[in-house]
Design a protein around this ligand. Structure first.
Ligand SMILES: Cc1ncc(COP(=O)(O)O)c(C=O)c1O
Length: 379
C-alpha cells in the first residue's frame, strides 16, 4: 500500500487527524480532471456527474445509508451550520455538547444564542462516563446532542450506539461530527441512529479539502428549514425557464449551487482505495499502529493524554513529555519534518492504515532525542 503513498523519504507523516496526504490515485484523478478542463472544457460534464454519483454512493455505503440521503457540502463547518440554522428551534431550547470540542462544533451552537438557544457543554476533565454525563446535562428542553464521534485533540471515542439509543429514548436528536472517525473505524448510521452526520474528506478519508458529507435523516428532511438557495437545490434542476420551484425531494436540497467537481474527483478516488482495503482492515491496521505508539510512549516515560482502552480511541495518540513544553517540542519536530500537531496540551500523532511501522519507530526515536536536548523555542 505504500505504493499509493509515495511520500518523500525524509518525511515522517503522522497527521491524518489534521490534513492527510492523498493516495496516488487521487492525485491522478485530480490531475486528469485539470488536464481535461484545459483541453476540452466542460464537454465531458455528464461524465463528471457520474463521478459525483459514484462519490455519493461510496459515502452512502460508508455510513450505511442510501445515496439519496447524502448531500455534499463545502466542509464540516458548513454542514454543521446548515443543521444548526435549519433546526426549527424555539426560544428556551438547548443543545448539549462537549467543552473541549473542535471550535466549529461549539461556535455553530453558540451562534444560536440570539434565538434563545443555549449550548450546554460537558467538561471532559470532570467526566467519568461521557455518555452518562452528556445525558445528565439534558433536560426537557434539550433538542439536540451535538458531539464529535472522536475528539480531535486527545482522541476520545464516544460510544455512539449507546448515546444514540439513549437520545432516542428521550426524543432528543443526535448530531455527529464524524470527521475524526469516518475512514478510520467502522460507522453505521442505522446502528447509532444519528439524525445528522457530517465529515469533510481531508482527514481519514484521504481526500482533498472542500468536499464534505452531510447526512440528514430522511424522516426529518422536511422539518429542517432551508437556509441556502439556488438553481441546484430545486426539484426541477436544469429547467431554467421555470419560475415556480420546490426543494428537491432528496438531500440535494441542501446543495445550493455548482458542485466542487475537482474535489469530488479526488475524494471519489480516495474512497475507492478505502473500499478496496475495507474499513475493517483499515481499522485493524490503525489500531495496531496506535497500540505501537502507546507502547513507545510508555517505554519512553512520556505521559499519555489519550484514552488507553482501544474501544475509547481511534487513530489519535496524544502525549506529553514531562518537563518539556509541548509547543516548543512541536515546533522542533515540524522543523525536522515530523508532521504532527500540537493539540490538547500535547503532541498529537495520527497514523493511518498505510503508515509504515518503521515510520512510527523513527518518529518516536526522533521525539525522544529532540526532547532530550535544549529546544529551539525554549531559550
Ligand atoms: C472534530 C472536527 N470537526 C471539524 C473539523 C474541520 O472542519 P472543516 O471541515 O469545516 O474545516 C476538524 C478539523 O480539524 C475537526 O477535528
Amino acid at each position: 500500500m505504500t505504493d499509493e503513498f509515495p511520500l518523500e523519504p525524509g518525511l515522517l507523516y503522522l497527521n491524518h487527524a489534521g490534513v492527510a496526504p492523498w493516495p496516488r490515485r487521487a492525485v491522478a484523478a485530480v490531475t486528469a480532471f485539470a488536464a481535461e478542463n484545459g483541453r476540452t472544457g466542460a464537454e465531458g460534464y455528464p461524465r463528471w456527474l457520474a463521478a459525483e454519483r459514484r462519490l455519493r454512493e461510496r459515502l452512502a455505503r460508508l455510513i450505511g445509508t442510501t445515496p439519496a440521503a447524502v448531500a455534499l457540502a463545502k466542509n464540516t463547518s458548513e454542514a454543521l451550520s446548515i443543521i444548526a440554522q435549519g433546526v426549527p428551534w424555539q426560544a428556551g431550547d438547548n443543545v448539549v455538547g462537549i467543552a473541549q470540542e473542535f471550535p466549529s462544533n461549539r461556535i455553530v451552537w453558540e451562534s444560536l444564542a440570539d434565538r434563545g438557544v443555549t449550548w450546554r457543554p460537558l467538561d471532559l476533565a470532570t467526566a467519568t462516563h461521557p455518555e452518562d454525563d452528556l445525558l445528565a446535562l439534558c433536560d426537557q428542553r434539550t433538542r439536540l446532542v451535538a458531539v464529535s464521534s472522536v475528539q480531535y485533540a486527545r482522541g476520545l471515542r464516544l460510544d455512539l450506539e449507546e448515546l444514540g439509543a439513549r437520545c432516542r429514548e428521550r426524543g432528543i436528536w443526535l448530531c455527529v461530527d464524524a470527521i475524526q472517525s469516518l475512514g478510520a473505524v467502522p460507522f453505521d448510521v442505522r446502528r447509532c441512529g444519528a439524525q445528522f452526520v457530517v465529515a469533510d474528506g481531508h482527514k481519514w478519508l484521504l481526500g482533498p479539502e472542500g468536499v464534505a458529507l452531510l447526512y440528514v435523516d430522511p424522516a426529518l428532511r422536511d422539518e429542517l428549514v432551508l437556509t441556502q438557495f439556488g438553481w441546484h437545490m430545486v426539484a426541477a434542476r436544469g429547467d431554467y425557464e421555470r419560475r415556480d420551484w420546490v426543494p428537491a425531494a432528496d438531500a440535494t436540497r441542501f446543495e445550493c449551487g455548482s458542485p466542487n467537481l475537482l474535489g469530488i474527483h479526488g475524494l471519489e478516488a480516495s474512497l475507492g482505495l478505502l473500499e478496496e482495503v475495507g474499513i475493517a482492515e483499515v481499522a485493524a491496521r490503525i489500531e495496531e499502529r496506535a497500540t505501537r505508539l502507546i507502547a513507545q510512549v510508555d517505554r519512553l516515560g512520556f505521559e499519555l493524554l489519550s484514552p488507553r482502552a482501544a474501544e475509547r480511541r481511534a487513530g489519535i495518540v496524544t502525549f506529553r513529555v514531562p518537563g518539556v513544553p509541548s509547543a516548543d517540542l512541536y515546533r522542533d519536530l515540524m522543523a525536522q519534518r515530523l508532521i504532527c500537531a500540537h493539540r490538547g496540551g500535547g503532541i498529537r500523532l495520527s497514523p493511518h492504515f498505510h503508515t509504515p511501522l518503521a515510520m512510527l519507530d523513527r518518529a518516536m526515536d526522533l521525539i525522544a532525542a529532540t526532547a532530550a536536548r535544549p529546544l529551539a523555542g525554549h531559550a
